[in-house]
Design a protein around this ligand. Structure first.
Ligand code: AMP
Length: 308
């Protein structure tokens, strides 16, 4: 089924304890659309880049069969730039620089044939722009969104406003606490559900993810990895795998969302094994399927009742 993705396309500078990469391909829409492209076609992109965006990265997105009709190229402007630095434990990071550049003036235009897309993923971006995109759509079946502390702190009212249109909010644990003003994650999820989204997914990095579907709760582990090079994009590739699988199967039931959470975790685990987007540039379906199956083994056990 058709999927429309909006979000940032970026040139990132990333520092981890293992190295540094300068002006490398990043952005929420980039990670989401590439991840989703392993599951569903067509994936359609709405976003903006500047004249400095490398032509070979446009070719890469095209090679993943991502439809770029909604991508604006502002020749005179500069691409969104983010500089992140990870702490030694890789669970915490500081945003050293966030330069909106062409995103500051961005007026998203959803092309006529994109507006009927059945699934919509509003990647991390100014919530006012998320709403502008939503309002141009012709009644999508499911709207999934992501956000981050930068917008919770800077655009709280606009974020609360857009939440009423969102069916599934995917958010990490610290952001869920910040948005809900609740420390306990169960309470945080329930409160966020009361803001609009019926479904809330809380990502807990290497500790997995929680799916709150109406009154149900499902817990998914993270794939145990010995080497994590760069966590950048883990959240977005999770979202891309999640919505990509739902769009492929055209099924928004609780059972199917559980599988979608595991496919999301699978793609995120490939993402963090290499720098920037390199971990998900070229995956095979067999690699994805093998790792998905391993997830089942990790948490599958035979329940035996206690003898009395
Ligand atoms: P994640 O690690 O999944 O949270 O996503 C990292 C990506 O988000 C990076 O590639 C950044 O370019 C992008 N990013 C960082 N800050 C922002 C922001 N304020 N708005 C939109 N995208 C951002």
């Amino acid at each position: 089924m058709s999927l429309l993705v909006v979000g940032s396309l970026a040139l990132d500078t990333i520092e981890t304890p293992f190295g540094k990469a300068e002006r490398t391909l990043g952005g929420s829409a980039t990670f989401i659309s590439v991840s989703a492209s392993y599951f569903t076609k067509p994936v359609r992109l709405v976003g903006v880049v500047g004249g400095d965006f490398p032509p070979e990265e446009i070719e890469f997105l095209e090679s993943r069969e991502i439809d770029l009709e909604g991508l604006q190229v502002k020749k005179e402007g500069k691409t969104f730039h983010w500089h992140g630095r990870y702490h030694y434990d890789l669970n915490t990071r500081d945003s050293i620089v966030t330069e909106l550049n062409v995103f500051a003036e961005f007026d998203p235009i959803v092309p006529e044939n994109f507006a009927k897309s059945r699934y919509l993923c509003l990647g991390n971006i100014n919530p006012e722009l998320q709403k502008k995109v939503y309002l141009q759509m012709k009644g999508p079946d499911l709207v999934v969104a992501d956000t981050m502390n930068f917008w919770i702190e800077g655009k709280y009212d606009a974020l609360m406003d857009v939440l009423q249109y969102i069916n599934v909010l995917i958010i990490n644990d610290s952001e869920a606490r910040e948005l809900s003003k609740e420390y306990n994650l169960l309470k945080a999820a329930r409160k966020i559900q009361s803001f609009g989204p019926q479904v809330v997914v809380i990502k807990k990095g290497e500790h997995g993810a929680l799916l709150f579907y109406e009154s149900e709760i499902f817990f998914a582990p993270a794939y145990p990895l010995e080497t994590i090079y760069d966590p950048t994009g883990a959240g977005d590739s999770f979202a891309g795998g999640f919505i990509g699988y739902i769009s492929k199967t055209d099924d928004t039931s609780y059972e199917n969302m559980k599988r979608a959470v595991i496919y999301g975790s699978t793609i995120a685990s490939f993402c963090v094994e290499k720098f920037s987007i390199d971990g998900i540039r070229e995956l095979t379906h067999l690699e994805i399927q093998d790792r998905f199956n391993e997830f089942k083994k990790f948490s599958d056990f035979q329940a035996i009742e206690l003898e009395t």
